[in-house]
Design a protein. Structure first.
Length: 307
């Protein structure tokens, strides 16, 4: 009886202590964490949608011609590397490396011409005061609204009379004459954001426009130049209409025109070789963008540290 009377108060005291002990609240997931997870899932889905055509193109290079039109899935039923061997042999008696070389000459020449001419023209518009500056700049901007198809016939007549048809000159010469208004406008806006104090200090030291452009302006517009080079290379590499107009010999064809040779509307088209050649032609553009994107980011990040 005593044991029971002694145990009941002890148990009651223990229960009161347990009730008095504060309970740990459940850890709730913050709203920001859920938003991060949702955005991560959405980005993965968008990335998968964007990259699916490229992945499909890669796996399609291993499909034989008989599967095109019947097998629209991602993986080939009977994988083969015959398409790569056929593409490496070339077409129309011209090896594939020649098409690559022609495309590289056109793309590299376009980059050099755009960087030289557009940077000089942009410096003149942004730093030199002369009569008719506003009219010339407005006329240059107006060319952005002028479709390329409007000037096709006059340009063709000019290059035909200069005996430049079936050469690379019609594709490269305009690049060295600052005819790309987009790049000039981009560089002009970039140079105008720079303070003129450096220019004035250089003039006090006896520097002229050439020295100011080469030693001061050119190093500071490196990010804009890299941006121009990326766009100029990609546009020239993928250009189809220009080479189609001015180039007539298969040995002068770049890759976009060479791809057309694999498809003939009057006979059987080699879809396997077309897909494989398209994938191979895409690799240099992708590598060029990845390499120069790093320099672009570095240039933007260190822009404020240069003085």
């Amino acid at each position: 009886m005593s044991t029971t009377s002694f145990g009941e108060p002890a148990i009651a005291t223990l229960e009161n202590q347990v009730d008095a002990t504060p309970q740990q609240p459940r850890r709730k997931v913050k709203r920001g964490t859920w938003q991060t997870v949702i955005w991560f899932v959405v980005l993965i889905a968008v990335t998968a949608v964007v990259l699916y055509p490229l992945v499909w193109l890669l796996f399609s290079t291993f499909k034989p011609n008989s599967e095109f039109g019947s097998n629209m899935g991602l993986l080939p039923n009977n994988p083969t590397i015959a398409n790569y061997a056929k593409v490496m042999e070339g077409i129309a008696g011209v090896p594939m490396w020649r098409f690559f070389l022609n495309s590289f000459i056109i793309a590299a020449g376009s980059v050099i011409g755009v960087l030289l001419s557009s940077s000089l023209a942009a410096y003149a518009f942004a730093r030199i005061q002369f009569k008719g500056l506003g009219i010339l700049f407005a006329a240059m901007i107006g060319t952005l609204l002028l479709p390329f198809h409007v000037v096709i016939i006059p340009q063709y007549i000019i290059f035909q009379r200069l005996d430049m048809i079936d050469t690379f000159w019609p594709l490269l010469l305009p690049k060295f004459l600052a005819t790309e208004a987009f790049f000039v406008f981009l560089l002009v806006q970039f140079i105008r954001q720079m303070p003129r104090d450096m220019d004035e200090a250089a003039r006090i030291d006896g520097a002229g426009h050439i020295r100011i452009f080469w030693s001061i302006i050119l190093p500071l517009i490196k990010p804009a130049l890299i941006t121009c080079s990326i766009f100029a290379f990609i546009w020239a590499w993928n250009d189809f209409l220009g080479p189609l107009l001015y180039l007539t010999s298969p040995e002068n064809y770049p890759l976009p025109i060479a791809l057309r040779l694999y498809n003939d509307q009057t006979s059987v088209s080699d879809y396997g070789a077309t897909v494989t050649a398209s994938f191979i032609a895409l690799l240099p553009v992708l590598l060029f963008f990845l390499v120069f994107q790093r320099f672009l980011v570095d240039g933007v990040a260190t822009q404020g540290l240069k003085g």
